[in-house]
Design a protein around this ligand. Structure first.
Ligand SMILES: [Zn+2]
Length: 172
């Protein structure tokens, strides 16, 4: 499978920002008590997976948090579109995100829940949610760029193949 290009990845994150800004706008101040409880329970599962070092589960659960929000908007069409975007960004995370950085996600998801429910303004909720996606994108793009430099350096060395420092491309 060819690795995604940086332009492809940026395009997917741009789509996520646009769609999820609409999602936050729709859900702001409208969530029922049991929906908020379901979101918080989900974040606890994310935290548990991360603490136990289950990286693949942590990545999948982090994506599922956004799907859970999308479900609450009540549109199957929207849900299937967001599902497609998120399955792309989960792959990017698995390929290029650093393991330590994944620990931020559950805390950031808590902040999104807080901003949606107890937040004072929609602008603030949007800022929190967009910052979350910006940070994800920046980490993934930085990881991908570093990876491409490594590949380029290998080429310039005439392919004098040291074993690749990263093993992720063989994980699956
Ligand atoms: Zn997230």
């Amino acid at each position: 499978m060819p690795n995604p290009s940086i332009d492809d990845m940026r395009g997917i994150y741009r789509a996520r920002r646009i769609v999820e800004a609409g999602l936050i706008t729709t859900l702001f101040g409208t969530l029922a008590r049991e929906q908020v409880a379901a979101l918080r329970k989900h974040v606890q599962a994310e935290q548990k997976a991360f603490k136990e070092g289950r990286r693949e589960d942590a990545i999948r659960l982090a994506g599922d948090f956004h799907l859970l929000l999308a479900q609450m908007a009540g549109s199957d069409e929207l849900l299937s579109y967001i599902q497609r975007l998120i399955s792309n960004t989960e792959l990017y995370k698995a390929l290029y995100d650093s393991a330590e950085a994944a620990s931020c996600a559950p805390r950031e998801h808590e902040q999104i829940i807080d901003a949606l429910t107890t937040g004072k303004s929609l602008d603030k909720a949007l800022a929190v949610a967009m910052e979350h996606l910006d940070e994800l994108e920046q980490r993934v793009i930085a990881g991908a760029a570093a990876e491409q430099e490594v590949d380029l350096a290998t080429l310039l060395n005439g392919g004098a193949a040291k074993p690749h420092a990263h093993t992720h491309s063989h994980e699956h």
